[in-house]
Write a protein that binds this ligand. Structure first.
Ligand code: NAD
Ligand code: 89Y
Length: 347
């Protein structure tokens, strides 16, 4: 077998969550993903990341792309910067991975995807939940047909973990829980049950000290006929808080899959039940409770640079992620209009 091409990776944004991207790229070096440069507009953060991972650092993405070999740029900044940064990559024909949410508005999301397409550049969205070992194991059971055709599901992300400590900007967002974390759970609903015909949503702001909704309850009808409930909250008060795990129940015509805290999956079929630990191991750079989210970054990055290298779209390409973002839009519209909404892809 011939040598596989190496991919030069540059990362933009060396903040809170990007630390996981940096470690993941370091782990993937032996597989051919070579981190060649880092960038943050805050020089201290850029320097710290450059020094830690042994690569040159920049405070301007265009300069980084002009002065270093980068085939694929990993944009791990916040959503308000994504359109500008993705355009810089697209105009140079450089591939881009962009963190979720793709942008603050639907119009900007579509503009990013359109611009990338016009420049014939590669784009993937860093939607990591569906790449976690646990969620991949659930999908495997579904694909094997063990529970038959899935017809009902509840996907639940309920926490009281202080997310505002690591991500203080969340308290000021105009849209909060659906756009920040509900987006992951809606993506999982598509991953497990397929596209959505219509949905209805109720939102609540239970914490008076934040700007937007911190709780959402969404009911969806899928094209397959399945019905799902997607729940997301930052205001739960639970003894055994599952942060940052997605708990779920999926019922099929011949069985069920139930995932409870601790990434424990119970599969029941034909009168028998078996229980399996479905999570991945702790890595040298992951720690509880974040490890579930962190290890998903490793698998997301591996998937993305592999697909880029092979000239193939990522499972969470720009086009694919618009379908998830359309559910976010529909959920907000439903909550404000108090009616069921059909997600619209091309407005
Ligand atoms: P952060 O504010 O800690 O980090 C963002 C960094 O980007 C900052 O260091 C900032 O200086 C830098 N930056 C901003 N504009 C820049 C520019 N033009 N050029 C270079 N650097 C620039 O934010 P965060 O909490 O790390 O969030 C980043 C993204 O990651 C968000 O989109 C967030 O939704 C996402 N995120 C994902 C998960 C997950 O589980 N998938 C978890 C947390 C955050
Ligand atoms: O920002 C959120 C995300 O994307 O995953 C978990 C999180 O960091 C806090 O809820």
């Amino acid at each position: 077998m011939g040598e596989r091409k190496q991919v030069a990776i540059g990362i933009v944004g060396c903040g809170f969550y990007a630390q996981n991207h940096l470690h993941a790229w370091a782990d993937l070096r032996r597989e051919g993903a070579l981190l060649t440069a880092v960038c943050d507009r805050d020089p201290d953060k850029a320097r710290a990341a450059g020094d830690k991972f042994g690569v040159p650092f920049f405070t301007d993405m265009a300069k980084m792309l002009d002065e270093t070999r980068v085939d694929l740029v990993d944009i791990a900044t916040r959503m308000d910067t994504h359109q500008e940064l993705a355009a810089i990559a697209a105009e140079r024909g450089i591939g881009a991975i962009v963190q979720k949410p793709l942008a603050p508005t639907w119009q900007e999301c579509v503009a990013i995807v359109d611009k990338t397409r016009r420049h014939n550049a590669w784009l993937a969205i860093h939607e990591n939940f569906r790449f976690s070992t646990g969620m991949r194991n659930v999908k495997k059971v579904l694909d094997q047909g063990t529970i038959g055709r899935p017809s009902w599901a509840r996907l639940s992300w309920r926490t009281g973990f202080d997310v505002y400590r690591g991500q203080p900007y969340l308290a000021e967002e105009k849209r909060l829980v659906i756009q920040d974390v509900g987006i992951h759970v809606l993506d999982l609903a598509r991953y497990f049950l397929g596209e959505v015909e219509h949905l209805s949503c109720e939102t609540q702001k239970r914490n008076p000290n934040i700007r937007a909704e911190d709780t959402a309850t969404i009911m969806m009808r899928h094209a397959s006929g399945a019905v799902s409930v997607v729940e997301a909250t930052y205001a739960a008060r639970r003894g055994d808080d599952p942060f940052p795990e997605t708990l779920l129940e999926i019922e099929g015509d011949s069985g069920s899959i139930i995932v409870t805290k601790g990434e424990k999956m119970t599969v029941s079929t034909q009168g028998l039940s078996f229980v399996e630990a479905i999570g991945g191991p702790l890595l040298s750079w992951t720690s509880r409770p974040w490890h579930v989210s962190q290890e998903a970054v490793l698998h997301t990055n591996r998937h993305m640079f592999g697909r880029f290298r092979d000239g193939l779209p990522a499972d969470t390409s720009g086009e694919d992620n618009l379908k998830t973002y359309a559910l976010v839009e529909a959920a907000y519209e439903s909550a404000s209009a108090h009616k069921s909404v059909k997600p619209v892809l091309w407005k």
